[in-house]
Design a protein around this ligand. Structure first.
Ligand code: FES
Length: 514
Protein backbone atom coordinates (compact mmCIF):
# COMPACT_ATOMS: atom_id res chain seq x y z
CA UNK A 1 0.00 0.00 0.00
CA UNK A 2 1.30 3.43 -0.92
CA UNK A 3 1.70 5.65 2.15
CA UNK A 4 -0.43 8.20 0.33
CA UNK A 5 -3.40 5.83 0.48
CA UNK A 6 -3.48 5.65 4.28
CA UNK A 7 -5.98 8.44 5.00
CA UNK A 8 -8.08 10.84 3.07
CA UNK A 9 -8.45 13.45 5.80
CA UNK A 10 -6.78 14.51 9.03
CA UNK A 11 -8.08 16.35 12.09
CA UNK A 12 -7.67 20.14 12.06
CA UNK A 13 -3.98 20.77 12.83
CA UNK A 14 -3.04 22.32 16.21
CA UNK A 15 0.52 22.77 17.41
CA UNK A 16 1.88 21.04 20.49
CA UNK A 17 2.75 24.41 22.04
CA UNK A 18 -0.60 26.13 21.48
CA UNK A 19 -2.75 23.11 22.36
CA UNK A 20 -2.44 23.63 26.12
CA UNK A 21 -2.05 27.40 26.05
CA UNK A 22 -2.83 29.25 29.28
CA UNK A 23 -1.85 32.74 28.12
CA UNK A 24 -4.18 35.34 29.69
CA UNK A 25 -6.81 36.74 27.32
CA UNK A 26 -6.98 40.43 26.46
CA UNK A 27 -9.77 42.71 25.22
CA UNK A 28 -10.37 44.06 21.74
CA UNK A 29 -9.40 47.72 21.24
CA UNK A 30 -12.66 49.57 20.67
CA UNK A 31 -11.66 53.24 20.87
CA UNK A 32 -8.75 55.52 19.97
CA UNK A 33 -5.70 54.97 22.08
CA UNK A 34 -2.48 56.86 22.78
CA UNK A 35 0.84 55.23 23.61
CA UNK A 36 4.59 55.75 23.20
CA UNK A 37 5.53 52.54 21.41
CA UNK A 38 2.94 50.64 19.36
CA UNK A 39 3.87 47.02 18.71
CA UNK A 40 2.00 45.12 16.03
CA UNK A 41 2.23 41.34 16.44
CA UNK A 42 2.11 39.09 19.50
CA UNK A 43 4.86 36.58 18.71
CA UNK A 44 8.39 36.28 20.05
CA UNK A 45 9.64 39.62 18.65
CA UNK A 46 6.62 41.64 19.74
CA UNK A 47 6.42 40.16 23.24
CA UNK A 48 10.13 40.32 24.12
CA UNK A 49 10.31 43.87 22.71
CA UNK A 50 7.26 44.91 24.76
CA UNK A 51 8.82 43.39 27.86
CA UNK A 52 12.23 45.09 27.36
CA UNK A 53 10.67 48.45 26.58
CA UNK A 54 8.21 48.32 29.48
CA UNK A 55 11.11 47.39 31.76
CA UNK A 56 13.00 50.44 30.45
CA UNK A 57 10.06 52.64 31.51
CA UNK A 58 8.41 53.11 28.10
CA UNK A 59 4.66 53.16 27.66
CA UNK A 60 3.99 50.21 25.33
CA UNK A 61 0.87 48.91 23.65
CA UNK A 62 0.93 45.59 21.85
CA UNK A 63 -1.85 44.55 19.47
CA UNK A 64 -2.41 41.11 17.97
CA UNK A 65 -4.82 40.21 15.16
CA UNK A 66 -5.86 36.94 16.81
CA UNK A 67 -4.64 35.39 20.04
CA UNK A 68 -1.11 35.98 21.34
CA UNK A 69 1.61 33.45 20.37
CA UNK A 70 -0.63 31.73 17.84
CA UNK A 71 1.22 32.70 14.69
CA UNK A 72 4.59 31.40 13.54
CA UNK A 73 6.06 31.53 17.08
CA UNK A 74 3.44 29.04 18.27
CA UNK A 75 4.06 26.80 15.25
CA UNK A 76 7.79 26.21 15.36
CA UNK A 77 10.01 23.28 16.31
CA UNK A 78 11.24 25.59 19.13
CA UNK A 79 14.97 24.96 18.83
CA UNK A 80 17.01 27.89 20.10
CA UNK A 81 20.21 27.63 18.15
CA UNK A 82 22.77 29.43 16.03
CA UNK A 83 23.04 26.27 13.88
CA UNK A 84 20.76 27.34 11.05
CA UNK A 85 21.21 24.29 8.88
CA UNK A 86 24.00 25.01 6.35
CA UNK A 87 24.63 28.75 6.41
CA UNK A 88 28.11 29.78 7.56
CA UNK A 89 30.03 28.58 4.50
CA UNK A 90 27.54 30.50 2.34
CA UNK A 91 27.61 33.63 4.52
CA UNK A 92 31.40 33.76 4.35
CA UNK A 93 31.15 33.65 0.55
CA UNK A 94 28.36 36.21 0.21
CA UNK A 95 28.94 38.62 3.11
CA UNK A 96 32.49 37.90 4.20
CA UNK A 97 34.03 36.50 7.36
CA UNK A 98 33.27 39.46 9.63
CA UNK A 99 29.56 39.50 8.91
CA UNK A 100 29.33 35.69 9.09
CA UNK A 101 30.96 35.81 12.52
CA UNK A 102 28.60 38.58 13.61
CA UNK A 103 25.65 36.45 12.51
CA UNK A 104 26.85 33.60 14.73
CA UNK A 105 27.60 35.92 17.67
CA UNK A 106 24.20 37.59 17.35
CA UNK A 107 22.36 34.28 17.48
CA UNK A 108 24.42 33.04 20.41
CA UNK A 109 23.57 36.33 22.17
CA UNK A 110 19.90 35.69 21.34
CA UNK A 111 20.13 32.22 22.90
CA UNK A 112 21.90 33.64 25.96
CA UNK A 113 19.32 36.38 26.41
CA UNK A 114 16.51 33.80 26.44
CA UNK A 115 18.49 31.67 28.91
CA UNK A 116 19.01 34.76 31.08
CA UNK A 117 15.33 35.76 31.07
CA UNK A 118 14.32 32.23 32.04
CA UNK A 119 16.77 32.35 34.94
CA UNK A 120 15.91 35.88 36.11
CA UNK A 121 12.16 35.34 36.04
CA UNK A 122 12.27 31.64 37.08
CA UNK A 123 10.21 30.65 34.04
CA UNK A 124 9.23 27.00 33.75
CA UNK A 125 9.16 26.35 30.03
CA UNK A 126 10.77 22.94 29.49
CA UNK A 127 14.08 24.64 28.69
CA UNK A 128 16.90 22.14 28.10
CA UNK A 129 20.47 22.64 26.94
CA UNK A 130 21.04 20.36 23.93
CA UNK A 131 23.65 19.82 21.27
CA UNK A 132 22.44 20.58 17.78
CA UNK A 133 23.41 18.37 14.81
CA UNK A 134 23.18 18.54 11.04
CA UNK A 135 23.48 15.07 9.52
CA UNK A 136 24.16 13.76 6.02
CA UNK A 137 23.10 10.43 4.55
CA UNK A 138 24.82 10.84 1.18
CA UNK A 139 28.38 11.49 0.00
CA UNK A 140 27.15 14.72 -1.52
CA UNK A 141 25.69 15.80 1.84
CA UNK A 142 28.89 14.75 3.60
CA UNK A 143 30.94 17.07 1.38
CA UNK A 144 28.60 19.93 2.24
CA UNK A 145 29.04 19.24 5.95
CA UNK A 146 32.82 19.22 5.53
CA UNK A 147 32.66 22.68 3.94
CA UNK A 148 30.38 23.92 6.73
CA UNK A 149 32.77 22.43 9.33
CA UNK A 150 35.64 24.36 7.73
CA UNK A 151 33.53 27.53 8.08
CA UNK A 152 33.00 26.68 11.79
CA UNK A 153 36.78 26.53 12.20
CA UNK A 154 37.33 29.81 10.38
CA UNK A 155 34.74 31.58 12.53
CA UNK A 156 35.68 29.91 15.81
CA UNK A 157 32.26 28.26 16.20
CA UNK A 158 31.94 25.81 19.07
CA UNK A 159 31.30 22.66 16.99
CA UNK A 160 32.92 19.91 14.91
CA UNK A 161 32.36 16.89 12.69
CA UNK A 162 31.19 14.12 14.97
CA UNK A 163 29.55 11.24 13.17
CA UNK A 164 30.31 8.81 16.00
CA UNK A 165 28.43 10.89 18.58
CA UNK A 166 25.13 10.92 16.74
CA UNK A 167 22.40 8.90 18.47
CA UNK A 168 20.24 8.47 15.39
CA UNK A 169 18.86 4.97 14.78
CA UNK A 170 19.86 4.86 11.10
CA UNK A 171 23.23 5.00 9.33
CA UNK A 172 24.60 8.39 8.41
CA UNK A 173 27.65 9.48 6.48
CA UNK A 174 28.53 12.45 8.69
CA UNK A 175 27.23 14.81 11.38
CA UNK A 176 28.24 18.33 12.37
CA UNK A 177 27.54 19.34 15.94
CA UNK A 178 27.14 22.80 17.51
CA UNK A 179 27.48 22.42 21.26
CA UNK A 180 25.33 23.88 24.04
CA UNK A 181 22.30 25.02 22.13
CA UNK A 182 18.78 24.67 23.57
CA UNK A 183 15.13 23.74 23.16
CA UNK A 184 12.07 24.97 25.05
CA UNK A 185 8.35 25.58 24.95
CA UNK A 186 7.95 29.07 23.42
CA UNK A 187 4.34 29.48 24.54
CA UNK A 188 5.15 28.86 28.21
CA UNK A 189 8.19 31.14 27.96
CA UNK A 190 6.34 34.03 26.32
CA UNK A 191 3.26 33.64 28.52
CA UNK A 192 5.47 34.41 31.52
CA UNK A 193 6.74 37.54 29.74
CA UNK A 194 3.17 38.60 28.91
CA UNK A 195 2.36 38.57 32.63
CA UNK A 196 5.48 40.67 33.26
CA UNK A 197 4.50 43.20 30.57
CA UNK A 198 1.19 43.75 32.34
CA UNK A 199 2.89 43.98 35.74
CA UNK A 200 5.21 46.65 34.31
CA UNK A 201 2.26 48.72 33.10
CA UNK A 202 2.13 47.62 29.43
CA UNK A 203 -1.16 47.31 27.53
CA UNK A 204 -2.21 44.43 25.28
CA UNK A 205 -5.18 44.06 22.93
CA UNK A 206 -6.10 40.82 21.16
CA UNK A 207 -8.37 40.26 18.15
CA UNK A 208 -7.30 43.74 17.07
CA UNK A 209 -5.98 43.61 13.54
CA UNK A 210 -3.83 46.45 12.23
CA UNK A 211 -5.12 47.40 8.80
CA UNK A 212 -2.87 50.26 7.88
CA UNK A 213 -0.04 52.41 9.15
CA UNK A 214 -0.81 56.08 8.60
CA UNK A 215 2.23 58.29 8.38
CA UNK A 216 1.11 61.59 9.84
CA UNK A 217 3.33 63.87 11.94
CA UNK A 218 3.47 60.94 14.31
CA UNK A 219 2.59 57.46 13.06
CA UNK A 220 -0.88 56.01 13.59
CA UNK A 221 -2.07 52.43 13.49
CA UNK A 222 -5.53 52.03 12.00
CA UNK A 223 -7.29 48.91 13.28
CA UNK A 224 -10.02 46.77 11.76
CA UNK A 225 -12.81 48.51 13.65
CA UNK A 226 -11.47 51.97 12.74
CA UNK A 227 -9.80 52.70 16.07
CA UNK A 228 -6.59 54.68 15.86
CA UNK A 229 -3.48 54.13 17.95
CA UNK A 230 -1.33 57.24 18.20
CA UNK A 231 2.34 56.31 18.73
CA UNK A 232 5.80 57.86 18.73
CA UNK A 233 7.35 54.70 17.25
CA UNK A 234 5.92 51.51 15.79
CA UNK A 235 7.45 48.04 15.79
CA UNK A 236 6.08 45.91 12.97
CA UNK A 237 6.48 42.36 14.29
CA UNK A 238 3.78 40.65 12.24
CA UNK A 239 5.97 38.00 10.58
CA UNK A 240 5.16 39.49 7.15
CA UNK A 241 4.96 43.28 7.49
CA UNK A 242 1.40 44.42 6.71
CA UNK A 243 2.70 47.68 5.26
CA UNK A 244 4.96 45.74 2.89
CA UNK A 245 4.65 48.28 0.10
CA UNK A 246 6.93 50.53 2.18
CA UNK A 247 10.38 49.37 1.13
CA UNK A 248 8.85 46.87 -1.35
CA UNK A 249 9.20 44.01 1.11
CA UNK A 250 6.98 41.78 -1.02
CA UNK A 251 9.71 41.74 -3.67
CA UNK A 252 12.44 40.89 -1.12
CA UNK A 253 10.97 37.96 0.78
CA UNK A 254 10.28 34.40 -0.33
CA UNK A 255 7.95 32.06 1.56
CA UNK A 256 8.58 28.48 2.59
CA UNK A 257 6.21 26.05 4.17
CA UNK A 258 7.08 23.17 6.50
CA UNK A 259 5.26 20.67 8.69
CA UNK A 260 5.71 19.13 12.13
CA UNK A 261 4.10 16.59 14.43
CA UNK A 262 4.48 15.20 17.95
CA UNK A 263 3.90 11.52 18.65
CA UNK A 264 4.50 8.94 21.33
CA UNK A 265 7.35 6.60 20.36
CA UNK A 266 8.20 3.05 21.31
CA UNK A 267 11.80 3.46 20.12
CA UNK A 268 14.56 5.57 21.62
CA UNK A 269 14.10 9.31 21.07
CA UNK A 270 17.44 11.00 20.29
CA UNK A 271 19.03 13.21 22.95
CA UNK A 272 20.23 15.86 20.52
CA UNK A 273 18.35 18.14 18.13
CA UNK A 274 18.80 17.06 14.52
CA UNK A 275 18.26 18.36 11.02
CA UNK A 276 19.37 16.76 7.76
CA UNK A 277 21.19 18.13 4.75
CA UNK A 278 19.25 16.31 2.06
CA UNK A 279 15.68 16.51 0.82
CA UNK A 280 13.07 15.84 2.01
CA UNK A 281 13.95 17.90 5.06
CA UNK A 282 13.81 16.14 8.44
CA UNK A 283 14.02 17.86 11.83
CA UNK A 284 14.03 15.74 14.98
CA UNK A 285 13.93 16.60 18.69
CA UNK A 286 12.36 15.38 21.91
CA UNK A 287 9.62 17.23 23.77
CA UNK A 288 8.25 16.77 27.26
CA UNK A 289 4.67 15.56 27.48
CA UNK A 290 2.16 16.81 30.05
CA UNK A 291 3.56 14.49 32.73
CA UNK A 292 7.19 14.93 31.74
CA UNK A 293 7.13 11.85 29.51
CA UNK A 294 9.42 12.03 26.45
CA UNK A 295 7.66 12.48 23.12
CA UNK A 296 9.03 12.66 19.60
CA UNK A 297 8.82 15.76 17.43
CA UNK A 298 9.52 15.28 13.73
CA UNK A 299 9.35 18.14 11.28
CA UNK A 300 10.34 18.94 7.75
CA UNK A 301 8.89 18.29 4.28
CA UNK A 302 9.71 21.95 3.57
CA UNK A 303 8.99 23.47 0.18
CA UNK A 304 8.55 26.89 -1.29
CA UNK A 305 4.94 27.92 -0.71
CA UNK A 306 2.79 26.96 -3.67
CA UNK A 307 5.58 24.82 -5.16
CA UNK A 308 4.85 21.41 -3.68
CA UNK A 309 4.33 18.54 -6.08
CA UNK A 310 1.92 16.86 -3.65
CA UNK A 311 -1.14 17.75 -1.59
CA UNK A 312 -0.63 19.10 1.94
CA UNK A 313 -2.11 16.04 3.57
CA UNK A 314 0.62 13.81 2.12
CA UNK A 315 3.36 15.86 3.77
CA UNK A 316 1.89 14.96 7.16
CA UNK A 317 1.57 11.32 6.17
CA UNK A 318 5.21 11.19 5.04
CA UNK A 319 6.36 12.62 8.38
CA UNK A 320 4.22 10.10 10.24
CA UNK A 321 5.77 7.27 8.22
CA UNK A 322 9.27 8.55 8.97
CA UNK A 323 8.58 8.68 12.73
CA UNK A 324 7.05 5.21 12.66
CA UNK A 325 9.89 3.64 10.66
CA UNK A 326 12.82 4.91 12.72
CA UNK A 327 11.49 5.71 16.19
CA UNK A 328 8.39 3.55 16.61
CA UNK A 329 6.29 6.72 16.32
CA UNK A 330 2.55 6.31 16.97
CA UNK A 331 -0.37 8.29 15.58
CA UNK A 332 0.22 12.04 15.83
CA UNK A 333 -0.93 13.72 19.04
CA UNK A 334 -0.43 17.13 17.47
CA UNK A 335 0.49 18.32 14.02
CA UNK A 336 0.90 21.71 12.46
CA UNK A 337 2.47 23.64 9.64
CA UNK A 338 4.25 26.91 9.44
CA UNK A 339 5.36 29.45 6.87
CA UNK A 340 8.76 31.03 7.07
CA UNK A 341 10.14 34.00 5.22
CA UNK A 342 13.57 34.11 3.68
CA UNK A 343 15.41 37.28 2.74
CA UNK A 344 17.66 37.68 -0.29
CA UNK A 345 20.87 36.92 1.63
CA UNK A 346 19.29 34.71 4.34
CA UNK A 347 19.97 37.37 7.00
CA UNK A 348 16.78 38.76 8.61
CA UNK A 349 15.67 42.37 8.09
CA UNK A 350 15.71 44.03 11.52
CA UNK A 351 15.69 47.79 12.05
CA UNK A 352 14.29 50.92 10.45
CA UNK A 353 11.83 49.80 7.78
CA UNK A 354 12.79 52.44 5.24
CA UNK A 355 15.62 54.94 5.10
CA UNK A 356 13.20 57.89 4.98
CA UNK A 357 11.18 57.15 8.12
CA UNK A 358 12.74 56.50 11.51
CA UNK A 359 9.44 55.98 13.31
CA UNK A 360 8.60 52.55 11.88
CA UNK A 361 10.80 49.56 12.70
CA UNK A 362 10.50 46.04 11.37
CA UNK A 363 11.70 42.49 12.06
CA UNK A 364 11.07 39.83 9.44
CA UNK A 365 12.70 37.10 7.34
CA UNK A 366 13.89 34.73 10.07
CA UNK A 367 14.16 31.83 7.63
CA UNK A 368 12.88 29.12 10.05
CA UNK A 369 15.21 30.21 12.85
CA UNK A 370 13.08 32.77 14.64
CA UNK A 371 13.73 31.76 18.25
CA UNK A 372 17.33 32.93 18.68
CA UNK A 373 16.94 35.57 15.95
CA UNK A 374 13.62 36.75 17.43
CA UNK A 375 15.40 37.52 20.69
CA UNK A 376 18.17 39.28 18.74
CA UNK A 377 15.54 41.36 16.94
CA UNK A 378 13.77 42.37 20.15
CA UNK A 379 17.05 43.59 21.66
CA UNK A 380 18.13 45.42 18.50
CA UNK A 381 14.77 47.18 18.09
CA UNK A 382 14.66 48.09 21.78
CA UNK A 383 18.21 49.50 21.59
CA UNK A 384 17.25 51.52 18.50
CA UNK A 385 14.24 53.02 20.29
CA UNK A 386 16.23 53.74 23.44
CA UNK A 387 19.02 55.35 21.39
CA UNK A 388 21.55 52.73 22.43
CA UNK A 389 24.26 51.36 20.17
CA UNK A 390 23.84 47.76 18.98
CA UNK A 391 26.76 46.07 17.29
CA UNK A 392 24.52 44.04 14.97
CA UNK A 393 22.58 47.00 13.54
CA UNK A 394 24.39 47.15 10.20
CA UNK A 395 24.35 43.36 9.66
CA UNK A 396 20.54 43.23 9.93
CA UNK A 397 19.79 46.70 8.47
CA UNK A 398 16.69 46.14 6.25
CA UNK A 399 17.83 48.84 3.86
CA UNK A 400 21.24 47.23 3.26
CA UNK A 401 22.35 47.29 -0.34
CA UNK A 402 25.39 45.06 -0.45
CA UNK A 403 23.82 42.03 -2.03
CA UNK A 404 26.07 39.89 -4.16
CA UNK A 405 25.20 38.68 -7.65
CA UNK A 406 24.19 35.23 -6.39
CA UNK A 407 21.46 36.77 -4.18
CA UNK A 408 20.17 38.97 -6.96
CA UNK A 409 19.85 35.98 -9.29
CA UNK A 410 17.82 34.07 -6.69
CA UNK A 411 15.70 37.16 -6.13
CA UNK A 412 14.90 37.48 -9.82
CA UNK A 413 14.06 33.81 -10.12
CA UNK A 414 11.68 33.95 -7.18
CA UNK A 415 9.92 37.04 -8.45
CA UNK A 416 9.55 35.63 -11.91
CA UNK A 417 8.03 32.59 -10.30
CA UNK A 418 5.53 34.72 -8.32
CA UNK A 419 4.56 36.57 -11.48
CA UNK A 420 3.94 33.25 -13.21
CA UNK A 421 1.69 32.09 -10.34
CA UNK A 422 -0.30 35.28 -10.69
CA UNK A 423 -0.98 34.72 -14.38
CA UNK A 424 -1.36 30.92 -14.41
CA UNK A 425 -3.65 31.06 -11.36
CA UNK A 426 -5.95 33.51 -13.13
CA UNK A 427 -6.19 31.31 -16.23
CA UNK A 428 -6.62 27.98 -14.42
CA UNK A 429 -10.21 26.72 -14.72
CA UNK A 430 -11.65 24.49 -12.01
CA UNK A 431 -12.32 20.91 -13.02
CA UNK A 432 -14.88 20.30 -10.22
CA UNK A 433 -18.54 21.12 -9.73
CA UNK A 434 -20.13 21.94 -6.38
CA UNK A 435 -21.90 18.57 -6.36
CA UNK A 436 -18.49 16.80 -6.56
CA UNK A 437 -17.52 18.00 -3.04
CA UNK A 438 -17.92 15.35 -0.35
CA UNK A 439 -18.21 16.16 3.38
CA UNK A 440 -15.06 17.89 4.69
CA UNK A 441 -13.83 18.54 1.16
CA UNK A 442 -12.96 21.83 -0.50
CA UNK A 443 -11.56 23.16 -3.73
CA UNK A 444 -12.08 25.42 -6.69
CA UNK A 445 -15.39 24.74 -8.39
CA UNK A 446 -17.15 26.14 -11.39
CA UNK A 447 -20.61 27.66 -10.79
CA UNK A 448 -22.44 29.24 -13.72
CA UNK A 449 -19.10 29.52 -15.49
CA UNK A 450 -17.53 31.43 -12.56
CA UNK A 451 -14.61 30.20 -10.45
CA UNK A 452 -15.63 29.88 -6.78
CA UNK A 453 -13.75 28.59 -3.72
CA UNK A 454 -15.99 26.15 -1.86
CA UNK A 455 -15.75 23.95 1.22
CA UNK A 456 -18.46 21.52 2.36
CA UNK A 457 -18.03 21.13 6.14
CA UNK A 458 -18.62 17.97 8.17
CA UNK A 459 -22.26 18.95 8.74
CA UNK A 460 -22.80 19.46 5.02
CA UNK A 461 -22.89 23.28 5.10
CA UNK A 462 -21.29 24.99 2.12
CA UNK A 463 -18.88 27.89 2.55
CA UNK A 464 -18.23 29.78 -0.69
CA UNK A 465 -15.64 32.53 -1.16
CA UNK A 466 -14.12 34.55 -3.98
CA UNK A 467 -10.74 32.75 -4.32
CA UNK A 468 -8.65 35.84 -5.04
CA UNK A 469 -6.08 37.04 -2.51
CA UNK A 470 -6.93 40.41 -0.98
CA UNK A 471 -3.23 41.33 -0.80
CA UNK A 472 -2.28 41.79 -4.46
CA UNK A 473 -4.82 39.67 -6.28
CA UNK A 474 -3.16 36.26 -6.85
CA UNK A 475 -5.38 33.20 -7.19
CA UNK A 476 -5.74 31.00 -4.10
CA UNK A 477 -5.23 27.27 -3.74
CA UNK A 478 -7.15 24.93 -1.43
CA UNK A 479 -5.10 23.41 1.41
CA UNK A 480 -6.78 20.11 2.18
CA UNK A 481 -5.07 19.40 5.51
CA UNK A 482 -5.60 22.79 7.10
CA UNK A 483 -8.88 23.56 5.29
CA UNK A 484 -7.60 26.94 4.27
CA UNK A 485 -7.20 29.06 1.16
CA UNK A 486 -3.49 29.69 0.61
CA UNK A 487 -1.74 32.22 -1.59
CA UNK A 488 1.47 31.10 -3.27
CA UNK A 489 2.54 34.66 -4.09
CA UNK A 490 3.41 36.08 -0.65
CA UNK A 491 1.97 33.49 1.72
CA UNK A 492 -1.35 34.96 2.88
CA UNK A 493 -3.76 32.34 4.18
CA UNK A 494 -7.52 32.49 4.76
CA UNK A 495 -9.88 30.18 6.64
CA UNK A 496 -12.56 28.30 4.68
CA UNK A 497 -14.91 31.10 5.81
CA UNK A 498 -12.56 33.69 4.32
CA UNK A 499 -11.07 35.10 7.57
CA UNK A 500 -7.40 36.15 7.38
CA UNK A 501 -5.20 33.51 9.04
CA UNK A 502 -1.85 34.90 7.93
CA UNK A 503 -0.81 38.12 6.20
CA UNK A 504 0.39 40.16 4.47
CA UNK A 505 -3.32 40.30 3.50
CA UNK A 506 -5.40 42.16 6.08
CA UNK A 507 -8.83 41.99 4.47
CA UNK A 508 -10.99 38.84 4.51
CA UNK A 509 -12.17 37.09 1.35
CA UNK A 510 -15.59 38.20 0.20
CA UNK A 511 -18.21 35.43 0.30
CA UNK A 512 -19.38 34.31 -3.08
CA UNK A 513 -23.09 34.85 -3.62
CA UNK A 514 -23.29 32.70 -6.75
FE1 FES B 1 0.37 38.68 -1.94
FE2 FES B 1 -1.54 36.89 -1.97
S1 FES B 1 -1.06 38.34 -3.49
S2 FES B 1 -0.12 37.22 -0.45
Amino acid sequence: MNSHDIKTSLPFPKSFWTAQQTTPEFPVLKENHKTEIGIVGGGIVGIISAYLLAKAGKKVTLIEAGRLINGVTGHTTAKITAQHSLIYDQLIKTLGEDKAKQYYDANIDGLESIRQLIKELSIECAYETKDSFIYAESHYGKRKLEREAAAYQTLGINGELTKENSDLPFPIKEALVMYDQAQFDPVLFLTALVREIIRLGGTIFEHTRAMEILKETTPLILTENNSLILCKKIIMATHYPINDADGLYFTRLSIHRSYAMVTRATGKIPEGMYINVEQPARSIRSVQGKYGEPLLLVGGEGHQTGKSSQKTIFHYQDLEEFGKKYFGGQSPLHMWSSQDLQTLDKVPYIGQMTKQNDTILVATGFNKWGMSAGAVAAKLLTDTILGQKNRYASLFDPTRKKLKLVDTKTFLWKNTSVGKDFVVGKLKRPDKKLSDLALDEGGLVSIQGEKVGAYRDEQGHLHKVVPVCTHLGCSLDWNDAERSWDCACHGSRFSYKGEVLEGPAVKPLPSSDI
